[in-house]
Design a binder for this molecule. Structure first.
Ligand SMILES: Cc1cc2nc3c(=O)[nH]c(=O)nc-3n(C[C@H](O)[C@H](O)[C@H](O)COP(=O)(O)OP(=O)(O)OC[C@H]3O[C@@H](n4cnc5c(N)ncnc54)[C@H](O)[C@@H]3O)c2cc1C
Ligand SMILES: NC(=O)c1ccc[n+]([C@@H]2O[C@H](COP(=O)([O-])OP(=O)(O)OC[C@H]3O[C@@H](n4cnc5c(N)ncnc54)[C@H](O)[C@@H]3O)[C@@H](O)[C@H]2O)c1
Length: 475
């Protein structure tokens, strides 16, 4: 098939999350005729129900934690009672107001994105897209076809939805998915969180910070099973020290309503009662009923679309981006795939995506930021290398700010000491990670990194100190 010039090239994007949005903007930038079809709201789940709302909730939880811990820094709040005696005021979390702020903020972001697309000449169709056959997508509202669009290149970026267990069906009132949390009017008295992956850990941390009693049910040996084990140990230690009830090596077999309570029955027969339950047991791709089989796009048994490093599917003019693909389910990865797909389709300069160097962050308190090769890769012999871990308890800035839980871990090659990976566990670790990402991309050695200046006192000083400690005496 001859490639059309970008100006006449018709790109249809199904799904307006980070994957679809970046694809549509890239297409417009290269002069293609772009239509984006979005079923619920521009920005997708990332903006409306997942990333933006959860990180906004976490911002409030962090502020609450700072207020509670202020006493340790010598700051005390007092109010006077009728007899003029000083009393400690109580922090009152107005969850209805907090949630309204979050929903407004998310809607605002979604509106900005829609405006930006339109300003860039992208045609926006508010409908559910369905592939009708090669080259054609139908647009459906309430099951009725309202439009039909033709494509030279199709980008599928339909995201994923919370996985539901038959024995623990969310009712939107007390048994909730992460999308249903923002209807809550007050902080749950006792929130049971089922699943200790990233989603479960982040919400458990946030609601504990907002004052809820939290029980975290983890089917594995420890929380955050996929993460650096030292980092997961720190988080579990902080969780339990703060009074969270962490139940490891236990699956929730069922969660049911009992009046105003929820009851979770675990695999060992134990029952846990709470006021609410958050189900955070993973996600399934939104690929069913999309018509992928009509055009022969290959999907995995789990329904994820198989793509290569330029986001191309098994069908040459169909690309896929984001959580509906077999790549990492991260907003940043979805965006990169969307943009790469369009550049590849239109013959512009493309750098295939290298998942190895993707940076990610878990927004617990403290945060866990990760990039590149990890210690378990070295331990399991996937590659050679050296690992050095420096606790932040010794960092002067950490002492001043009154926290002690966290560390910097560097991973470097054996010979030249090229930095290939790292983990930072600290408050706002997400903001410290970029230095390591650049070091990895630019193949900086520990000795080169050690000559970089960090402000004193600073947490980033510990990254430089770790690099200094990894110097090997020259023979
Ligand atoms: C609680 C939570 C917190 C997260 N936090 C982070 C984070 O901090 N950082 C990070 O990088 N990632 C985070 N993620 C992951 C991130 O949300 C996803 O990786 C990201 O949303 C993927 O983007 P996407 O474009 O693939 O899909 P989505 O954002 O899911 O958007 C897909 C869109 O497609 C639409 N759609 C579906 N089917 C159709 C159809 N047939 N026709 C038209 N439209 C359709 C949907 O309505 C939706 O709007 C988080 C995930 C969760 C669950
Ligand atoms: N900050 C971020 O970037 C961020 C935040 C949230 C999610 N995400 C993305 O979403 C992906 C998925 O994360 P997730 O946490 O939603 O899903 P997940 O699949 O990683 O974790 C779900 C966990 O639930 C457990 N589980 C399943 N059934 C259970 C049961 N009956 N009882 C107890 N535990 C049970 C599983 O063993 C698993 O550990 C992440 O890998 C990440 O890429 C990213």
């Amino acid at each position: 098939m001859a490639v059309k010039s970008a100006e006449r090239h018709r790109i249809v994007v199904v799904g307006g999350g980070p994957g679809g949005y970046d694809a549509a903007l890239a297409g417009a930038q290269l002069g293609a005729e772009v239509t984006i079809i979005e079923a619920t709201g521009m920005g997708g789940s990332a903006v409306l129900t997942d990333v933006v709302p959860s990180k906004s909730l976490i911002a409030s939880a962090e502020a609450a934690a700072l207020l509670r811990d202020a006493d340790e820094l010598g700051l005390q709040f007092h109010v006077r009672d009728d007899l003029d005696n000083p009393r400690h005021p109580q922090l009152n979390v107005n969850l209805a107001k907090l949630n309204q702020r979050i929903l407004n903020l998310a809607q605002n972001q979604s509106d900005d994105m829609r405006r930006n697309l339109k300003d860039n000449g992208v045609r926006v169709v508010d409908a559910r897209g369905q592939i009708m056959g090669p080259g054609t997508v139908g647009c459906f509202v309430d099951g009725k076809e309202i439009d039909r669009v033709e494509y030279d290149t199709l980008i599928v970026s339909v995201g994923a939805s919370p996985r539901e267990l038959d024995s623990a069906k969310p009712d939107g009132e007390r048994i909730l998915t992460w999308k249903q949390l923002y209807n809550l009017e007050s902080v749950p008295e006792h929130l049971i969180v089922v699943g200790s992956g990233v989603t479960g850990a982040e919400f458990a941390s946030a609601y504990k910070g907002l004052g809820a009693e939290v029980t975290l049910i983890s089917s594995r040996d420890r929380v955050l099973p996929g993460e650096d084990s030292d980092a997961a140990d720190v988080i579990e230690e902080v969780f339990t020290r703060n009074g969270m009830n962490v139940l490891s090596r236990n699956r929730a077999e069922s969660v049911v309503r009992d009046g105003d309570e929820v009851v979770a029955t675990l695999s060992d027969g134990t029952q846990v009662r709470g006021s609410h339950c958050l189900m955070a047991v993973g996600a399934i791709p939104n690929t069913a009923g999309l018509g992928l089989e009509k055009v022969g796009v290959e999907v995995t048994d789990s329904g994820h679309i198989v793509v290569n490093r330029v986001a191309r599917t098994s069908v040459p003019n169909i690309y896929a981006a984001g959580d509906c693909t077999s790549f990492f389910p991260l907003a940043s990865v979805a965006s990169a795939q969307g943009r790469t797909a369009v550049f590849h389709a239109l013959g512009d300069g493309v750098r295939p995506i290298n998942l190895r160097n993707v940076a990610s962050n878990i927004f617990t308190y403290p945060e866990i930021a990760t990039v590149g090769w990890q210690q378990n890769d070295i331990d399991e012999g996937e590659r050679e290398g050296r690992v050095y871990k420096l606790d932040l308890a010794q960092n002067p800035r950490a002492k001043m700010q009154g926290f002690r839980d966290g560390f910097v871990k560097l991973i470097a090659g054996n010979n030249l000491g090229t930095i290939v990976g790292g983990v930072i566990v600290a408050p706002r670790a997400s903001e410290l990670l970029l230095a390591l990402s650049i070091a990895i991309e630019q193949r900086v050695t520990v000795d080169e990194f050690a000559t970089s200046w960090a402000a004193y006192p600073s947490l980033s000083g510990s990254i430089v100190d770790a690099a200094k400690a990894m110097h090997l005496r020259s023979e």
